[in-house]
Each structure stands twice: as C-alpha cells, then as structure tokens.
Ligand binder design. Sequence first.
Ligand code: ZN
Length: 200
Amino acid sequence: MNSDEFDSELVSINCPICKSKNTKVTQKILDLPHFSELWLFNIVCSDCHFKHNDFLNLSVKEPVRYVYHAENKDDYETKIVRAANGTIMFPQIGAMIEPGPNAEGFINNIEGILRDIRSKALHLLKDATDEQEVSRIREYCDLLDEYIENNLPIDIIIEDPFGNSSIIPNDSAKLETHELTQEEAEKLKTSFIVFEDVKK
Ligand SMILES: [Zn+2]
C-alpha cells in the first residue's frame, strides 16, 4: 500500500448533512516523510453538494500536541497538516486558529499560515469603525510582517483531540510531541463533523 488512490467502494459513508448515501469518497495516502500513514480524504455529496476535505492519521489515535520552534527561513517552510479538528496557536503573537463548524483540513507552511492570519486581519479593517481599532489592526499586521520578513523565532503549537493533525518538521530536533490528557483534549473545540462511521 503506497501512495495510490483507493477505490471509493472501500468506504461507505452517509452524508453528514443530509444523510444521503449518494456520496463519493476519495482517499489517498500522502507521500510525506515521517507520516507513512497520513491519509487525505475528500467527500462529495451529489444530493446536497456538501464537500469536505480532511486528513486521517492512522498511526496516531491519541490526542496530541506538537510544538515546533521556528527560527529561520527553513523552519518557516515547515509544513503543518491541520486536520479539521486541529487548533493552531502562535503564543508569541497571540494568534489562534480554532476549528469552526465548517472547518476543513489543510496543509500549509508556517509562513503561509502567518500570511493567512495577516490577510484575515486586513479584512477586519473594513469593519473597523474607530481609529483605535484601525491602528491596532495595522500594528498587528506590521508585527506579522516583522516575523514573516525576518523569520523571527516563533513557536507554533497544534493540538488535535483525535491525533490527525501533524507537523512535518524541516528540522526534527525542533519538534516536540506531547500526548494530551483526556481533560486537555476535551477542552479543545471540535468541529461538528466527525467521521465516526468511516469503515476501512
Ligand atoms: Zn448531502
């Protein structure tokens, strides 16, 4: 079993929205270093047009927390695999990406995630009404630019109650892996779609 796509017959799943059985599930094992058992899967419902992408890490089923200490350009290119239930935190800049109800999985590097946060902050400018808020948002964007342009030391933390999120480290010495206690895992937000009925 290497990196080929699997037949959708292998998985039977009802649409999480309309419960229809007219769903098409495609999945494949991603060819990534360190994560031989990381699967990408995609579900499309032909009745209600629901679409969802997510990751499944078959080798980890426990709640996990990964911390990566980035401090140079290579580190900023470290890839973050965020499954739908993963929460990303950057303590130094007070940023947190929590899964919303329609959260999906994505892979992005640290720099790309910081750029996303920056563009989301810029969006907030449109709704900012008072000057204080405007300058606060501008200062925050400037701070993000400082980090992105100079690759300042920054920690990224990803927590996942189901262990499906991962970090693919450019330098594995800078990666810490912790198991979360059940209590810590329960505090994490989870999106409402959990594919408990995926059958292998
Ligand atoms: Zn549906």
